[in-house]
Design a protein around this ligand. Sequence first.
Ligand SMILES: C[S@@+](CC[C@H](N)C(=O)[O-])C[C@H]1O[C@@H](n2cnc3c(N)ncnc32)[C@H](O)[C@@H]1O
Length: 384
Amino acid sequence: MNINERRDILVTCGPGLKDYLVGELEDLGFEVVSSQVGSVVTRGSFVDCMKLNICLRTAYNVLYLLRQFRCGSTEALYKQAGQIAWEKIISPDEHVCVLSKVDTWTVDNSMYPNMKVKDAIVDRISRKVGARPDSGKDRGGVVVNLFWKRDKAWIYLNTSGAKLSDRNYRKMPGKAPLRESLAAGIIMATGYDGSGNLVLPMCGSGTLAIEAAMIAECRGAGSLRSNFGFQHVKVFDEEVWQDIRREFRKKIRRGAVKKRIIATDIDERAIAAARQNAMTAGVEHLIDFSVCDFAETIVPEGGGILVMNPEYGQRLGEIAELEGVYRRMGEFMKRKCAGYTGYIFSGNKELSVKIGLKASRRMVFFNGNIECRLLKYELYAGSR
Ligand SMILES: C[S@@+](CC[C@H](N)C(=O)[O-])C[C@H]1O[C@@H](n2cnc3c(N)ncnc32)[C@H](O)[C@@H]1O
């Protein structure tokens, strides 16, 4: 495999984040060939994949196309998968994980095709080099993705390995934390760039604050990770990788956060976790953390952006209790946040109505499989 050969790259993401991912790819100078819910197709080399892994904030996985073919049976799948020169990609000392997404009438679940691709890989390596790699569910080594839709199949090398939303800074997750890629999408939707005030009551484990600081300072989302799928393939070149890392470090805009980010939570343990996570991410010096009820958060003069991610409850009792919280959030924004643009991220429409202010925009996101809204409020003095 030539690391400079341009091929299709499929970048996957959470539902609701596709448009942000398209924006990120375009900003990086990548052409967008096509996009659909949960993924974007671009083109580039294996080296480009390494770059994408370090900088993409809203992506899950960067997949480099190895082979696409017509496929009408699991026998054909085994044969076609076995045409790939796996012995040039995977060493027998490595561990291989195959992930499959199958939507075809030929089989009714993805387990069997998954096993067929795994067999094709290990059988070919065994035939060519006399030893076979281990395989299983662990995504810490080489990861291969199969997509089989009707009579078409694609086999990709997953250059990310574990999802890129696992940035490696959140050692302490706290209660109902947002996935890092979703938090980045929310911050992107607010347009925050570090120049103005950013106030984050109910910050929990600090994901929004940390992602905001990383976005403003142009810190690579993957810069804290020590393990990517691409590091486990035979063509991986440590020197090229270190050059990419050095280039990205040069792009960090220290000083871009002009006003310190304010992050508060009523739970002492959440603030301790947030502080620890921010320290791991290297952005703790940009954030003022404190423990208080959201309504006691100090909101600096001069306007800015305010984002709150309240709980949205599962059970009836919880929801009834939260009604008062949502009502108070509306009061807080109205009384204390004039001049700000307020955002509330919630997965409960009925509760959101209790805020009692008119949203100027509603942006749809998904937290896991819960459809959520990022509600935007222009908080002019005396708004209702
Ligand atoms: C859904 S979690 C936020 C998760 C956060 N976005 C993250 O990624 O970790 C809601 C947070 O609101 C906090 N909270 C609940 N009631 C509060 C109140 N009255 N004042 C301040 N914080 C509150 C909880 O302690 C919890 O950390």
